[in-house]
Structure formats: structure tokens, C-alpha cells
Design a protein. Structure first.
Ligand SMILES: Nc1ncnc2c1ncn2[C@@H]1O[C@H](COP(=O)(O)OP(=O)(O)OP(=O)(O)O)[C@@H](O)[C@H]1O
Length: 358
């Protein structure tokens, strides 16, 4: 199997809606996935990630809208004519067949000549590092090895795109990290446009070029992992991608510039083109604990420590600021032991790290 960069195709999804009976599960999905991209569908359980992936593969009820592979609308094609490879969460290996037979199965079905099957299966097994286990049955393999067989079996037929439905969720944490790296390397080697479904934001962040965040059958935002983390376009995305502090309140124009007043009555200067009700969102590491003089160009907040968790490289504090609890991640340094529950502290917030959401 050779890297097939020449055949890389993008995937375009236009106005896709899909219902199970009366229940609409995908509600007007629009998406452009670039050729060769490693793309993730990220969202909580029930958000429609698997349904969207399965719709691309041709499984499940027929959706409304369009699914294009390159220029070709594949929506009306049966799964086996789409040239799309899908790896299921359960792996779905044949238990009575050896690893080699499992991987060869799809080629035999396609009536590929025997000598070519041998060569392609060898290549696929080498690619996933399982050549030496070719004569074993799935029950004689670890979870990670079974996962690799499932991938080899899918890529051996040289699909135009690779779809992976939570492929790492049955593996333990260490193996998952290793498989993440292996999967990314394999994807780069093959140059296959790949979609990966996960509910784990760390997994999506580490593996993907771009992510679509889904909630309730709607794409909430699409972007590179850091873009989504730094500039969430709504509260759902802010919360789903890591810990987010959120201050709800109003922005007023005063004589000396603009002031933000939280719903709990804490106020501070804040500059933003809009006025009125908004939420200010910022990450725990955007707040600093100030022992001495206030750093210039920071928003100052007074609070008291409610809870403290020492995590080694950082200390995570819960700080009560005028009736609202904010999370603060402070890089651990010697000499901070005196900050205890009940301590009064000053916080400095970097205004440029605040995202104002309406
Ligand atoms: N065969 C089905 N019949 C009826 N409803 C279904 C069917 N499959 C999925 N659903 C519903 O569609 C919604 C989306 O399900 P889907 O499996 O796509 O979510 P998901 O984001 O992949 O979740 P998970 O991470 O739990 O797999 C859910 O509310 C689910 O109950």
C-alpha cells in the first residue's frame, strides 16, 4: 500500500438533516473537510457524532441534503459503492478467522487476484506492526492489537476516506495515548482524509488538524484545536473544551470609559465595542494571584480562597469573587504555601484573554 496523496479527496456536507422517526438528530449540518485532513467530530454523548459519521459511510436512515466526496454526491450510493472505510468501536473482527484472513476478507470479496491479496495484506500488516501475528485469531490478541487489525482490514482496500468511530475507547489510558500517536503517523503515511469521532476533548486536541464541535445535532463551531480553546464562539464550546470561567453581567458606558458589572455586583473597567448583557469567558490560567504590586494593564479582582488543589506542576484554586466562584490555575512555585482556604487574595486578569459572548 502506497501513500495515495494523488487521490486525496475532500468531503463536503451541505444542509444535512436526518431523523429517526419523528426525532430529528442532525439539524442542517454544513461542513467542508479538506483533502488529507485529520478531522474530529467532538461532542457529548447523544450529540449526533456517530449518526453523522454513519451517514457519510451510508449506514442508517437516508438523510436530506448532500454528501460529496470530491465532486461526487455519494448520498444515494449504498455503503459498499462509496469507497469509504469505516472502523467501528467494537472492531467487528471475524472470531473464527486468523488476522491474515480478516484483513484479506475485503479483497477476496472484491475478487482481487490471490497473489495481489497476499502482497497487499502483508503491506497492511506491516503498516500496523502486526505481520508477526498474522496467523493468530482475534481472541489471542490484546485490545490494541485487535484495533490494529480492524484498521489494517479497512485500509487494505484503499478507501478514499477513513472513518473512525471512537476507535480508542475500549483501550486503557496508556495504550490509548500510544495508539493516538500510531494512528496519526499511519494517517500521515497514507495521506488519507480521515474523520475521527470522540467525546474526549484531549483526544480530539492531540490528534486532529481541525475539530467540529457538535451539540444536539448542530455544529457549534469548527476550527483548529487551539482556536476553539482560545476563541470559543459560544458558551457550550467554551465549557466543553476545558475549564472555563464565566462572568455574566452588563457592560455600561460611563464618564470614564466602560465598566462591566457582574450579576453579583462586582465591577471593573472593560473595553468592548458592544454594550449591554454579555458573558465574559476566560480560562483559569488567565488569572494570576498577585502577592505584591498589581501588574499594569490587568483587571483587578478581590477574592477569598474556598478550595485549593495541589496538582504538582500547578495549584488549582477555587476563589470566591463577590459571590461567584472562579477557578485559578497558578503554576506551582516555592513560597506559595501560605495561601490557604479562607486567605484573602488579589487576582489579576489579562483583558486580552477574555472572550465576550452575547
Ligand atoms: N437507531 C436509532 N434509533 C433511534 N434513535 C437513535 C438511533 N441511533 C441513535 N439515535 C439517537 O440519535 C441521537 C444521536 O445519537 P449518536 O449515536 O449519533 O450520538 P453520539 O454523539 O455519537 O453519542 P455517543 O458518543 O453516545 O455515541 C441520540 O439521541 C440517540 O438516542
Amino acid at each position: 500500500m502506497q501513500p495515495n496523496n494523488k487521490q486525496q479527496v475532500g468531503i463536503t456536507i451541505k444542509d444535512l438533516t436526518l431523523a429517526f422517526g419523528e426525532t430529528e438528530v442532525l439539524k442542517g449540518v454544513n461542513l467542508e473537510i479538506e483533502p488529507g485532513e485529520f478531522f474530529a467530530f467532538l461532542g457529548p454523548s447523544g450529540s449526533g457524532k456517530s449518526t453523522l459519521l454513519r451517514a457519510i459511510a451510508g449506514f442508517g436512515p437516508e438523510p436530506q441534503g448532500q454528501i460529496l466526496l470530491g465532486d461526487e454526491d455519494i448520498k444515494a450510493l449504498p455503503p459498499w459503492r462509496r469507497n469509504v472505510g469505516m472502523v467501528f468501536q467494537s472492531y467487528a473482527l471475524w472470531p473464527h478467522m486468523t488476522v491474515r484472513q480478516n484483513v484479506a476478507y475485503g479483497l477476496e470479496e472484491r475478487k482481487v487476484p490471490t497473489s495481489e491479496i497476499r502482497e497487499r495484506v502483508d503491506n497492511a500488516l506491516n503498516l500496523v506492526g502486526l505481520y508477526h501475528l498474522a496467523e493468530r485469531r482475534p481472541s489471542q490478541l490484546s485490545g490494541g492489537q485487535q484495533q490494529r487489525v480492524a484498521i489494517a482490514r479497512t485500509v487494505v482496500v484503499e478507501p478514499r476516506v477513513l472513518l473512525l468511530d471512537e476507535p480508542l475507547s475500549n483501550l486503557d489510558a496508556n495504550l490509548r495515548e500510544q495508539m493516538r500517536r500510531d494512528l496519526l503517523e499511519l494517517q500521515r503515511q497514507l495521506g488519507l482524509t480521515t474523520i475521527f469521532v470522540t467525546h474526549d476533548q484531549e483526544e480530539a486536541n492531540t490528534i486532529s488538524d481541525r475539530i467540529a464541535v457538535l451539540d444536539q445535532g448542530v455544529i457549534q463551531q469548527v476550527g483548529k484545536p487551539m482556536e476553539l480553546y482560545d476563541n470559543p464562539s459560544n458558551k457550550f464550546v467554551a465549557d466543553f473544551l476545558g475549564t472555563a470561567n464565566m462572568l455574566n453581567g452588563r457592560l455600561h458606558e460611563g464618564l470614564n470609559g466602560k465598566t462591566f458589572m457582574t450579576e453579583f455586583g462586582v465591577s471593573f473597567p472593560f473595553d468592548h465595542p458592544d454594550n449591554g448583557a454579555m458573558s465574559l469567558v476566560f480560562r483559569p490560567q488567565s488569572l494570576e494571584i498577585c502577592d505584591e504590586d498589581m501588574v499594569p494593564n490587568r483587571i483587578e479582582l478581590q477574592g477569598s480562597v474556598k478550595h485549593k488543589e495541589f496538582l504538582g506542576h500547578l495549584v488549582r484554586y477555587s476563589i470566591d469573587v463577590g459571590g461567584q466562584v472562579l477557578m485559578v490555575d497558578d503554576p506551582h512555585r516555592r513560597g506559595a504555601e501560605h495561601i490557604e482556604n479562607g486567605s484573602s487574595i488579589r487576582l489579576a486578569l489579562k483583558p486580552e484573554e477574555i472572550v465576550a459572548l452575547r
